[in-house]
Unconditional design. Sequence first.
Length: 202
Amino acid sequence: MRYVVTWGRGNQREIGSVAELDHALDEVAADGSPRVVGIYPPEHLIPGSSPWDGPQPPALQIGLGHPDRSFVLWLGPDTAVGSQPEAPSWPDGAAPIAFDYAGDPIFCGPDRARVTPQAARTAARLFISTGQRPTNLHWTTDDENLFPRQALAGGDVPGYPTAAGEPDPCGWSTVDPAPSDNRGPPRLDPGALREPEKRIPP
C-alpha cells in the first residue's frame, strides 16, 4: 500500500516501502527542528476529507526533530496516544516541546511526548508494513484530556491545524501553556531527559 508522508506546509513524499519511509523521515529530521509528521493513506488528503467522516484507512502522526523525545498518535477506529514505559520520565517543571504543525507551533508535553525518537520511527515502520496499530508501544485511548470531545466531533484534514487556540481533529492545541514573554516557543532542555527518574506508566 502507498502512503503519503507530510510535514510543514506543502511538504509531501509518497512512499511504498520502509526504505522510502526512512529516507523521508531523514529529510524531515535533517534540520533538527521538532515537527509533526503525518503518515497518511492518500484518501486522507482528498480535499474536505476527515478521518472522522466514516470508514477510512488508519493513519499515524509522529514527532521528529527533538533529540530525546517524540510522540506517536494513532488515527484509527480508536484514536490513541502511544507510550513507551522504558522512556525517561518528564522532568519536573520542564516546558512542553513546540512541534511545528503545518507552520504553527503545537505544544506537546508529558501527556503526549511519551516515547523516544527511535521508538517513534519503529512505530512508523511497523505501521506502513502492516497497516495496523504499531505493537512496539502501549496505547491510551480513553483519556478526555488527550482527546477533547469537541475535537473528536470533526475538523479539517489531518496535518493541517484549525485556527489558533481551537481544537483540531487530532486533539492538538495551539495555545502555548507556558508563555515565554515573546522569546519564542518554550523548548524542553534535551539534556534534562537523559537522566531517567520514575517511569511513565503504560
